[in-house]
Design a protein around this ligand. Structure first.
Ligand SMILES: Nc1ncnc2c1ncn2[C@@H]1O[C@H](COP(=O)(O)OP(=O)(O)OP(=O)(O)O)[C@@H](O)[C@H]1O
Ligand SMILES: [Mg+2]
Length: 321
C-alpha cells in the first residue's frame, strides 16, 4: 500500500509558484524525510495533504484517498504536528485533545482516555489542566505531537517538530517517533537538522523551489559526496607530499595534518599510506571523514541556486529556527 502519492502537484499563491510539478511516493511504514531550504514548498505540500490548501494542479492521495475528493477519509488517517502553533489557547490542554479526537469521530469517553494517553506519551500529563499559552516552548512542541497522536494516525506528519527544542527533548521525541514507526506508523518529517534525517529516515526527498531534486536513501546520497582522509604526520614536513594517486581529488597540508579528498577515503587509504611510506613520511594518525548528508544536501540545493540567481545561496541547511 502506498501511504502518500504526489502526482505533478502545482500550487500557486498569486505570482508565487510554491509547488512546481512535485511528484513522489511514500510507502506504508516508511520513515520519510522531506528536506529543502526555506521556501522550498515543504509546508505547502503538507497543507495540501491535510486540506489546508488546495492544489492549483495535479493530485495527491493518502492511503489511496484523494485529499480533495475523499477529504474526510484522507484527513482522518493523518496526525499533523504543524510548523506553526495553531492551538485553542483558552482551554485546558486535555480538553483541546478531546475536542480534536471528537472532531475525528471518536466518542467522548474514548476521546478522554486517548487524551490522557497522548499526554502521558509525550510526558506532560501533569500539565493537563494548563492552557496552551502557559506551557514552555518545549512543552508546546510536545503538546503538538500529543495532538497529532490523539487520533492514532496511520500517517504522522511532523513539520519541523524539533525547531528550537533542547537536546534532551529532541532525543526523547526521536525515540518516541522511532517507536511509533517501528509499530507501523508511516512518518513524514521535515527538518533543517539534516543529521536528524540522516539518522532516522529510510528515504529522503530533497526539494527546492517547489520541485523534487532527488529521492534516495541517506546512505545513497552520502555516498555521492566526497570523503576526506585526514593523515597526521609524525614529523613536520616542508611542502605537500606528492600523492599522484587515482581517485584523489585534492591534497592540502595544515601543520602536520594532511587532508586528502577522494570519492572513497577507504579506497585510496592503502595507496596513500604506501606513497607516504615511500617518501619517508611517518604517520601518527589516520582518520576517515565520510561526507555527511548535510554536505551533500547543501551541494545539491546550491547547484540548483545557480540556475535561479534570485535565491539566497545562504538560505540552506540550518537557516530557519
Ligand atoms: N499562504 C500563503 N500565501 C502566499 N504565499 C505563500 C503562502 N504559503 C506559502 N507561501 C509561499 O510559498 C513558498 C513555499 O513556502 P513553504 O512554507 O511551503 O516553504 P517551506 O519549504 O515549508 O519553508 P520553511 O523551511 O521555511 O518552512 C514560499 O515562497 C512562501 O512565501
Ligand atoms: Mg515550512
Amino acid at each position: 500500500m502506498t501511504a502518500i502519492v504526489a502526482d505533478d502537484l502545482v500550487k500557486d499563491y498569486g505570482d508565487v509558484r510554491a509547488l512546481d510539478g512535485l511528484s513522489f511516493e511514500v510507502e506504508e511504514g516508511e520513515f520519510f524525510g522531506l528536506l529543502g531550504p526555506n521556501g522550498a514548498g515543504k509546508t505547502t505540500f503538507i497543507n495540501i495533504l491535510v486540506g489546508l490548501a488546495r492544489s492549483t494542479g495535479g493530485n495527491a492521495e493518502v492511503f489511496g484517498f484523494d485529499v480533495e475528493a475523499d477529504y474526510r477519509e484522507a484527513r482522518n488517517r493523518i496526525g499533523l504536528a504543524p510548523q506553526e502553533f495553531n492551538v485553542d489557547r483558552f482551554f485546558p490542554i486535555h480538553e483541546v485533545l478531546e475536542h480534536k479526537a471528537g472532531y475525528h469521530g471518536i466518542a467522548p469517553e474514548e476521546a478522554a482516555r486517548r487524551a490522557d494517553e497522548a499526554l502521558k506519551t509525550v510526558d506532560i500529563y501533569d500539565k493537563r489542566e494548563t492552557r496552551f499559552d502557559w506551557l514552555s516552548g518545549g512543552m508546546k512542541r510536545r503538546f503538538l505531537l500529543a495532538r497529532a497522536l490523539v487520533t492514532d494516525p496511520d500517517l504522522l506528519i511532523l513539520d519541523e517538530p524539533t525547531a528550537g527544542v533542547d537536546v534532551e527533548l529532541r532525543r526523547d521525541l526521536w525515540d518516541l517517533v522511532q517507536r511509533l514507526n517501528d509499530d507501523g506508523t508511516t512518518v513524514l518529517l521535515t527538518t533543517h537538522y539534516i543529521e536528524e534525517a540522516e539518522r532516522l529516515c529510510d528515504r529522503v526527498a530533497i526539494m527546492d523551489a517547489g520541485k523534487k531534486i532527488e529521492v534516495a536513501t541517506p546512505e545513497d546520497l552520502q555516498s555521492r559526496g566526497t570523503d576526506t582522509l585526514v593523515v597526521t604526520l609524525a614529523n613536520d614536513t616542508v611542502g605537500v607530499p606528492d600523492l599522484d594517486i587515482e581517485g584523489v581529488y585534492d591534497v592540502s597540508l595544515e601543520g602536520r595534518e594532511l587532508s586528502i579528498t577522494a570519492d572513497s577515503a577507504g579506497g585510496v587509504a592503502p595507496d596513500v599510506v604506501r606513497a607516504l611510506d615511500r617518501s619517508g613520511h611517518a604517520i601518527e594518525n589516520l582518520d576517515i571523514r565520510r561526507a555527511s548528508l548535510e554536505e551533500v544536501f547543501v551541494d545539491m540545493t546550491r547547484l540548483d541556486d545557480d540556475d535561479s540567481p534570485d535565491d539566497q545561496p545562504e538560505a540552506t541547511a540550518e537557516a530557519s529556527r
